[in-house]
Design a protein around this ligand. Structure first.
Ligand SMILES: [Zn+2]
Length: 210
């Protein structure tokens, strides 16, 4: 096994620059347990730089990534263990009070889910992904018929965030914290090309964050 040259070069640059600049913060962080200000559940997509968007420093954000930033429902048996383990740790152990679900535009996972639910002919021979993206079935069912394909996919990206929040609230330990006002759940949708972020408001509608 050979480590790619770009990794070594980038690591060296980080060690000599970024790490040096933040050395005190790193050393302090190693002496105390982590105390993140929010948990962010987002997509595996390499274009989502959540720490950059929200000015994250060492220890600020507890991150969980999966394909299409899905929180599976209780009924999606066997599919929710990884994501729910991360959420359970964040809420029960780290006692994080802000949980963000950060979806995004141009989401390959959502697009594939849309296409595979639209027509079985579009289903690829994946070993795991097909089962995972089938979690979006409920959101898919809500897509308005009169939308263009692009609008339908954007709708599904945003509907998936709404449904993930609904799914999340059905887990008892999450629901308890929300009812005690100890947990704030936030739905965000990020547009890659413009940098725009939309937030899910109290009327369950996405509005511009700024
Ligand atoms: Zn994505």
């Amino acid at each position: 096994m050979e480590i790619p040259k770009f990794l070594i070069e980038r690591y060296k640059f980080w060690k000599e620059n970024t790490f040096k600049d933040y050395k005190d913060i790193y050393q302090q962080a190693s002496k105390t347990p982590q105390k993140p200000i929010a948990m962010i559940i987002t997509c595996c997509d390499s274009r989502i730089l959540e720490n950059s968007i929200f000015g994250g420093s060492v220890g600020d954000y507890f991150i969980h990534r999966n394909i299409a930033n899905i929180v599976p429902s209780k009924n999606d048996k066997g599919q929710n263990i990884q994501t729910l383990s991360a959420i359970e740790y964040a809420l029960k152990v780290l006692k994080i009070q802000n949980l963000i679900i950060l979806g995004h535009s141009n989401c390959g996972g959502v697009e594939y889910s849309y296409k595979s639910l639209l027509d079985k002919k579009n289903i690829n021979d994946f070993e795991y992904i097909n089962q995972w993206v089938s979690c979006l079935q409920k959101s898919y069912n809500n897509i308005p018929n009169d939308f263009s394909e692009t609008e339908k996919i954007t709708f599904l990206e945003q509907e998936n965030i709404k449904q993930s929040i609904k799914n999340l609230c059905k887990y008892e330990f999450v629901d308890k914290l929300i009812n005690k006002n100890k947990l704030n759940v936030i739905g965000l949708w990020y547009q890659i090309d413009s940098g725009l972020i939309k937030i899910l408001d109290k009327n369950n509608t996405f509005i511009d964050l700024d």
